[in-house]
Structure formats: C-alpha cells, structure tokens
Design a protein around this ligand. Structure first.
Ligand code: MOS
Length: 731
C-alpha cells in the first residue's frame, strides 16, 4: 500500500480495541439479564393459521414467549431522514417475507432461549409469494423519491447522435454483513429505558423507541460507543430492537438479543436487486448528446428504501439532454436498506460499464471519453462546484497506474498464460449533509472534552474528531478526549451517507470556536489581559494558549484564565447546518474518484484475479491520511467483493435465502485482494469551514465497473450482471 500524502495519526481507540477493552453492544451484561431468541417465518407470504408456544413455554429456563397474539399494539416508528421506519413486528398474523420475526422467546440463558425457539410450532396458510422483479402481479412504485430528472430534449439529442449505445445491467441482492453480529440489550428501570444497540444512529433509536413505547425521549438512553461495523445495516431501527425492548418489559428483566448470522440476512437490510437500462448517444468525436436511464429495484411490502439507481446518469457528466427514471417493485422480501453506497453502488456499475462500451464503439480511449465529458459545473443545477478535482483524479491516477501502457486492442496484453486487462471507472459521489451538534469543554487542568451522540463504525470518527478539536483549540491531541455513542450527548446524525465527518467535523469546529469566544468574553474587560477586547478573528491558538494573531507573546493560557476566574471548566455548543447551494452560489460537491484496475484472467480455467487497483480520490481536505486511506482500502475491498463474490441467493419458489451463512455467502479473503494504491488529490472544499468531503462510499463505487471493464479489455466479454463468476469467463 502506498499513499503519497503524509502519515496520519494512529487511531486513538486502537489500544482499547487490541486489548479487548472497547466494549461492543453484546459485551455488556447486567445482573439478572435474560436472553432472547427469535422465531422466523418459514414461508414468504401468507398468514399464520396457528402458533403453539406451549412446548417452548414449558422448556427449561423459559420466561416468556411473545407472538402476534400476545404482543401489544405498537405504533410504527417515525419518519426519518432515510424514510419511514420498518413496519412494527408482531402486529398481526400476516407474513410478508421469509424470515420475518413471528415470535421472540426469553429464557435465563441464550442456549435455553435458542432451544425453546425451535419448539414453537407455527402453521401457515401459504400464499404465492411475489419474488420476481418481472412478476406482473407486483405493485410498481414510480418515481419513489421524486428524484426522476429530465433536462434538455432527449429525443432531439439522440437525433444528433452518430453512435448510440444501449445496454441493460443488473446487480444482485447483496447483504451488508458487518462482522459484528448486531446485538441489543434492553434494560427497564421503571419507565426509563437503557438500550445498548449496534446502531449507526443512537438518536434515531432513542426517538423511535420513545414513540413506540410511549415514553418521553428523556427517559430513553441509547449507547453505542463501539459498533462492529455497519455498512448501512445500522442506519434503521429494526424490528428485533423493538422486540428486545418489549421482551425486557414482559420478562421484567434486562434482556440481550444477539442476531445469528442467518438472521442478519433477513433482519437488518440488504442492497436490493437492481436492473438499469441505459441508452447513451454521442457524436463521432465522443461528445455525449443524450442519456436515457431507467432504473428498477426491489423493495419490501409496506416499506420504503432509498435507491435511486438511475440518478447518477444525470449527475456525473456534462450532457445536455438527460432523462432518468426509477421504479421500485414490491416483493415478498426482507426490508432492504442502505448498503455501502446505496443506489450509487448499483447505478455506477451500469453507467460506467456503458461508457466503456461506448468508448469501445467509438474507438476511443475510455479515459479520453470521460475527460471530454467532464462536468465542469454541476450538471443538475448548473452551479459551479464547491470543489471538484476529478480531472486531477484522472490524470494522477492514470500516471500512477501506467494507463498509457494500455494497448487498446482486446486480448492483446498477456503475461504468461494470463490475459491482462486494464479498466477504469469514475465516481462522482453526491454530497450528503445533515445538521449536527457537539459540545466542547476546557478543563482547569488544560484538557479538553468534546462529545456528540455520533458513532464510530470503524471509520475513525474518534480519531479525526480528536484531531479536529485539538487543531481548533490549539491543543496537543493527547490533551483532547473525544467521546461519542451516547444519545444523552448532543444530537448527531447517522454515521452514513459519507456525511458524518463533514457534519460532525463542522459541529466540533464550531463548538471549539465558540468555546474560544467564551474565553474572550471572560477577558473582554480585563485591563491586565493581553487579550482584552480581542475578537475571535484577531486571535490564534497554539500550545494551550490564546494569543493575538501575529504576536505569539501577547496572550495567555486557557488554564490561567480559568484559574483567575475560579472556574473548573468552560463549555460551548456548536451546531452545523448543511451548506445551502443558493446562499453559496455553488453546488455542494461530494467526493470524486477515478479507479484504475488491472485484472489477470486464466482463459482455460476462467480464473479472474484483480492484480492492482489505483484509486485517485478527491475527498476535499483529508483530516487523517491514515484513516482516510483505510476507508478507501476498505471500500475498494467492498467493490472487489461486489464485482466478484457477493450474491444473496433467494430460492425462487420459497423465498428462503439459500446462502445465509459465511460458509456460503462469498466475500473476499486476503488472497483475493492485491496491493491497493490510494492517492488523494484536490483542495479543501469551499462549502464548509473544515473543507472535508466524506470518503466512505467513494472508495467502493466504481470498482465493480472498472473490474468489468478490465475483464472486457482482457477477454472481449462484456459482463453486464454482477457478480462476475468463473462460468462467465470460461473461454
Ligand atoms: Mo452507509 S450505506 O450510508 O452506512
């Protein structure tokens, strides 16, 4: 692994993690804690005709069994930034998908609960399940998010095209599968509720549980200081969390539920199946004149999920005539949810594969085609970007990779018996910004404490926020403690959408600036203070001291000011709000990237090996080169996984997921992952004070298309559906 930027700070939480002292949700225990196990539906559609819990209730250690017949009426959770909450569990006898929770069993031990769960007898009245995107009986939701786009005159655009490329691309169901099994512990004390949960968004869990159990939000505390990964699986508050809280109330004891791996496939979302049909028209010179994109994805009954898969066709290139449309098809499937770059992960594969096909048809270098159609301004609004170094991504990435060594002729590059292919893809990731709050305190001993109810799902939030606070306050990082993962802390949005570092970073920065302002207020009228009367813009901070800008000797330490005023600490709050394009006169940019991939294919055995990946990324200001690089590496592995391995296989007859274990669901191992080069380019973004853009999802997107494009270069095979498997490569 090589990075051309300076090394970043080591993770501040690393010592805790490697010594096993970082406590994940299922590491907690309470006196008298009981354990829960779920019973799941074994049909995909129909009704529960009978449910017999007597054997389970009589089993050793069992405290209670809750079914739809005994569960109370529960209000559905609230509307959120990510759409409505999933349907509440156990509300009637209907079965909407295979694996739906139909009962929860609580016992003294986890083993007893799991055993008793096998004793619950359920009889179903089975209905014909809707499992196919093309099933004519399925309800179709058109323009589900109001994000269908149309600009220019698409028909007129195609009329001027010299070359028209048309293709249909599909991506399968994939399952998020964070390594940490998602866990919930619920503890009632009177009407107060404490919940440990594998969530990416503690405030959402708090708000939802308060509403569902009709208690004030102040009576609910949600804790998630460490979460074993998420990839989007922890964005929504899922039915099993509600069931655990309900079970704790019914049992009158704290209750812990740890999902099994098979349950993870049906309980906490997945990336839904998608099909995108795209038509692109271009002039002989390679100017895009029209794009028409139609996206379809699956969604569960009575739920909603944000997957505008066609939208990237409208946002990524300068093309005057574009139409994008999305539809969702309601099927008897578990609720989908955001998974590692929702919508972009699917749509980009189609768009970037299609562009590669177009370049091939035009006899043009695919890099040249992309440079030619680079969106110099935001294609949707026409506004200048707050930052955009995509051109530099292409140039630096191509240079680093050695793109110029590519012989464009199909199958012309070899190494021994291996066919060699070079492929590239670009990504223009949308900016996602939401309000966030943080609180910063400076203590008499000169240390700072900064906190917000965010989560660190492995991305490095603890670390980069510590750095940011240290920089904003002029303190050594060792003097700063940043804490998160507690809903009693100031409001934070979800760790998702590549948006948390920006939202939280700006809130932390603003809290620290306001804290400095509080110090200046204290000394405003103090004749002896060198800082008297100074405004925020006139001072700088370093080494625990405030001083006049340009006059380091004219200042004093935080600790001296606190001591003089007899204060133990001083605190301030910061709130960041999303930057507004209209006010800025700029389109708020997300991250950009160019991915260059080399593959090797053994034509006799159909073996595909990814030999190299170079990712050139514009993430704005990079706060920590080490954790940001790790983010891109992790995302790239996710992209390799999407391209070559992951495929959640549903039995078309029963709706049962056939490969819901890590023995059957393929993910890459180290031997599948080559050296991954990550290069950051670009400038601090102009839309926010800290200038950073999220670097989570930009790492994954584009990798699958770049691999497919490289496979085409090596073999001439154009593979339009993922994953790419051996049988498709036998030549
Ligand atoms: Mo991400 S799929 O927004 O956790």
């Amino acid at each position: 692994m090589t990075a051309i930027i300076g090394a970043g700070l080591d993770r501040v939480d690393a010592p805790l993690k490697v010594t096993g002292s970082a406590h994940y949700p299922n590491d907690f225990a309470y006196p008298g804690m009981a354990h829960a196990a779920l019973v799941r539906a074994t049909v995909a559609a129909g009704r529960i005709r009978a449910i017999d819990t007597s054997a389970a209730e009589a089993a050793p250690g069992v405290l209670t069994v809750i079914t739809h017949r005994t569960a109370p009426q529960l209000e559905r959770g609230p509307m959120t930034l990510l759409g409505p909450s999933p349907p509440a569990p156990l509300q009637d006898d209907r079965v909407l998908h295979h694996g739906q929770h139909v009962a929860i069993v609580v016992a003294d031990s986890a083993e007893q609960a799991r055993h008793a769960a096998t004793l619950v007898r359920v009889e179903y009245e089975t209905a014909k399940a809707l499992l196919d995107l093309d099933d004519p009986r399925a309800e179709i939701v058109t323009d589900p998010w109001g994000l269908d786009t149309e600009r220019g005159d698409v028909a007129a655009g195609f009329a001027t095209a010299d070359v028209v490329l048309e293709g249909t691309y599909s991506t399968p169901d994939n399952t998020n599968n964070p390594l940490g099994l998602m866990s919930t512990i619920a503890l009632w004390q009177g009407d107060s509720l404490t919940v440990h949960d594998s969530t990416q968004w503690p405030h959402n869990v708090r708000t939802s549980l308060a509403r569902i159990f009709k208690i004030p939000e102040s009576g609910v505390r949600v804790l998630a200081p460490y979460v074993g990964g998420g990839f989007g699986a922890g964005l929504r508050m899922w039915p099993h969390v509600i069931l655990t809280v309900l079970a704790a109330r019914e049992a009158g004891r704290p209750v812990k539920l740890v999902l099994t791996r098979p349950e993870m496939f049906t309980s906490v979302g997945h990336r839904p199946y998608s099909v995108m049909h795209i038509t692109i028209g271009a002039t002989r010179d390679g100017d895009l004149v029209a794009i028409d994109a139609d996206g379809v994805s699956s969604v569960a009954m009575e739920d909603d999920d944000y997957e505008p898969v066609s939208l990237c066709a409208a946002t990524s290139y300068a093309c005057p005539n574009v139409r994008t449309r999305d539809r969702q098809v309601r099927l008897n499937i578990p609720c989908p949810g955001s998974m590692r770059a929702p919508a972009e992960g699917q749509g980009n594969f189609a768009l970037e594969s299609a562009l590669d096909e177009l370049a091939h048809d035009l006899g043009m270098d695919p890099l040249e085609l992309r440079l030619r159609n680079l969106a110099e301004v935001d294609p949707l609004s026409g506004l200048p970007w707050s930052s955009n170094a995509l051109r530099e991504c292409y140039q630096v990435g191509a240079e680093w990779f050695g793109w110029s060594r590519r012989n464009p002729e199909i199958g012309s590059m070899r190494e021994g018996r291996w066919l060699v292919g070079y492929g590239l893809a670009a990504v223009s990731y949308p900016a996602y910004q939401v309000p966030c709050q943080a609180r910063a305190s400076l203590h008499r001993d000169g240390s700072a404490f900064v906190r917000s109810a965010a989560t660190d799902i492995g991305t490095g939030t603890y670390t980069v926020m510590t750095q940011l606070a240290a920089e904003s306050l002029g303190l050594d990082v060792a003097r700063v403690r940043f804490d998160l993962g507690d809903s009693d802390m100031p409001y934070a949005p979800q760790a998702g959408g590549s948006g948390l570092t920006g939202a939280l970073g700006n809130a932390v920065h603003l809290a620290c600036r306001r804290l400095i302002g509080e110090f200046l207020d204290l000394v405003r009228d103090e004749a002896d203070s060198p800082l008297r009367g100074a405004g925020l813009g006139e001072v700088t901070v370093s080494e625990g001291r405030l001083h006049l800008a340009g006059a380091p000797e004219q200042g004093e330490a935080y600790t001296d000011i606190l001591a003089r005023h007899g204060l133990e600490e001083l605190s301030a709050d910061g709130r960041s709000t999303p930057p507004q394009p209209e006010e800025l006169g700029m389109a708020v940019a997300g991250a950009f990237g160019a991915k260059f991939v080399e593959v090797r294919i053994d034509p006799d055995l159909g073996l595909l090996r990814v030999a190299r990946v170079v990712s050139a990324i514009d993430g704005g200001r990079i706060l920590n080169g080490k954790t940001a690089t790790s983010q891109i590496i992790g995302g790239t592995v996710g992209g390799i996984s999407q391209a070559m391995f992951e495929d959640t296989a549903t039995d078309p007859e029963t709706g049962r997921i056939a490969n819901a274990t890590f023995g059957d669901y393929l993910i890459p191992v180290n031997a599948d992952v080559p050296d991954l080069d990550v290069i950051f380019v670009g400038e601090p973004d102009r839309a926010t004070p800290i200038g950073t853009k999220g670097v989570g999802e930009v790492g994954l997107v584009g990798v699958a298309a770049a691999i497919a494009n490289a496979v085409h270069h090596a073999t001439g095979r154009r593979l339009r559906s993922l994953p790419i498997t051996i049988d498709q490569l036998m030549l």
